[in-house]
Design a protein around this ligand. Structure first.
Ligand code: NAD
Length: 337
């Protein structure tokens, strides 16, 4: 599987490192509108082709898959261009910042018969996989409540790094960017969402979108969830956790990238309960280890024509929920999904 990557910024390094380690994957080209970034990435990772023009990257016939690491609002346009060139598309999260654009991306991939993948790598954390398995096995019984807390710290300098950060057109706020993995996990664990009520605000940072917010979600199952997000935690990241409270089990996953099982109690007994610490990992950043596992999953699902961990329709669900959170906050109304 030959890969071309667009957007050689911060997260691209996780992609280059992951591709290096995954068998059957080779990075063949990279692109960034900033010439030095494309050139330096090519040098650092031994990439044979680099360009500042995305279309030129797409014209490379030996490239099978395009990895999109550009600002979030550009993901749909870049993905549609790649699909029209017959390339498979892997996009960083979130898939886009507006559902209407993301739906066009899904359509373009279907029309061109190429695959679409969304990087929601935290789903592949051993800690998260074991929780999902417990849910699917019915170990929680009825799930009553899910709580996600994202108490992180992003100073003004972080937003000032690039003009796209914190803008509605290209980024969105704390829910759409930093907390999007947590929104995804809440909906993945809770199932179909019935209604959303939310309040978001820009309390301290000089950006268009929100730096803080809270959402209350009611699921079809009856379960209630809350997602509490702030990028204003003093003095540094404090918590990124998901807690699930069911009639027969309670679990909390935390750590810097929902990588650690902090609490694990069930009324029944299962062999994993005795080795639960083995499902905790120790990544060195909030991005976690997941990009390598994610690429492995993507490449295998293309080669073996299997369903991947997160395809376009699966990735769309969290964006639909984020859009509902923004609509509810803007209109001061409950939103039905
Ligand atoms: N999966 C994760 O955990 C995770 C973590 C961090 C970031 N991300 C996502 O990755 C994306 C990029 O984030 P980042 O922090 O690397 O941003 P960044 O600003 O560091 O990098 C973006 C790069 O895209 C380039 N670019 C912009 N417009 C372009 C265009 N038209 N053509 C080619 N290149 C262009 C910029 O020059 C920049 O180098 C965002 O969508 C973000 O949400 C995901």
């Amino acid at each position: 599987m030959n890969i071309g990557l667009v957007g050689c910024g911060r997260i691209s390094k996780n992609h280059f490192e992951a591709i290096r380690k995954v068998p059957k994957a080779t990075i063949k080209g990279c692109c960034d509108i900033v010439k030095e970034r494309a050139k330096e990435a090519a040098k650092a990772y031994d990439i044979p082709y680099w360009t500042t023009n995305f279309e030129d990257l797409l014209k490379q016939e030996d490239i099978d898959l395009i990895s999109i690491c550009s600002p979030s609002g550009l993901h749909p346009a870049h993905g549609i261009m790649a699909a029209n060139y017959g390339k498979h598309v892997l996009t960083e999260k979130p898939m886009g910042v507006r559902l209407i654009d993301v739906d066009q991306l899904i359509k373009a991939c279907n029309d061109n018969d190429v695959r679409l993948f969304v990087v929601l790598q935290n789903r592949l954390n051993p800690s998260i996989q074991i929780v999902k398995k417990a849910i699917d096995q019915g170990r929680f019984g009825k799930i009553h409540m899910i709580v996600a807390n994202v108490f992180w710290s992003r100073p003004q300098e972080y937003y000032d790094l690039s003009e796209w950060r914190g803008t509605w057109a290209l980024d969105g706020g704390a829910f759409c960017n930093q907390a999007s993995h947590y929104v995804d996990l809440v909906q993945w664990f809770g199932g179909p969402v019935k209604t959303v009520m939310a309040r978001t605000d820009t309390l301290a940072r000089n950006i268009e979108a929100e730096d803080t917010g809270a959402a209350i979600i009611k699921f079809d199952s009856g379960c209630i969830a809350t997602i509490n997000v702030t990028m204003l935690t003093y003095p540094k990241n404090l918590e990124g956790s998901v807690t699930i409270i069911g009639e027969k089990g309670t679990v909390r996953v935390g750590g810097i990238a929902v990588n650690e099982i902090l609490y694990w109690k069930f009324s029944d007994s299962n062999e994993v309960d005795f080795i639960i610490d083995e499902f905790s990992t120790d990544p060195n950043s909030v991005y976690g280890f997941g990009h390598e596992a994610y690429y492995d999953n993507v490449i295998n699902s293309i080669i073996n024509e299997q369903k991947p961990s997160v395809d376009g329709n699966e990735g769309r669900k969290s964006l639909e929920l984020i859009e509902a959170i923004y609509t509810s906050s803007k209109n001061h109304k409950i939103v039905n999904l």
